[in-house]
Design a protein around this ligand. Structure first.
Ligand code: ZN
Length: 59
């Protein structure tokens, strides 16, 4: 079956993926949340460019 894919970051619909052995969660929703290449690269750049931000205590 085809599993629809949506980017969790920008909400864009990605090409559906053929899944021969979908897990039960996929069968219920027939959609999976993933990350597109653009958002993945952005996230990686942010992680690499500002590592100090993540170390700040939240108060
Ligand atoms: Zn995206």
């Amino acid at each position: 079956m085809l599993i629809a894919r949506i980017c969790s970051w920008c909400g864009r619909s990605l090409p559906p993926k053929e899944c021969k052995d979908p897990c039960s969660e996929m069968l219920v929703n027939a959609v999976t949340h993933t990350i597109c290449e653009e958002c993945f690269e952005k996230a990686m750049q942010e992680l690499n460019s500002s590592p100090a931000k993540n170390n700040k205590p939240k108060e």
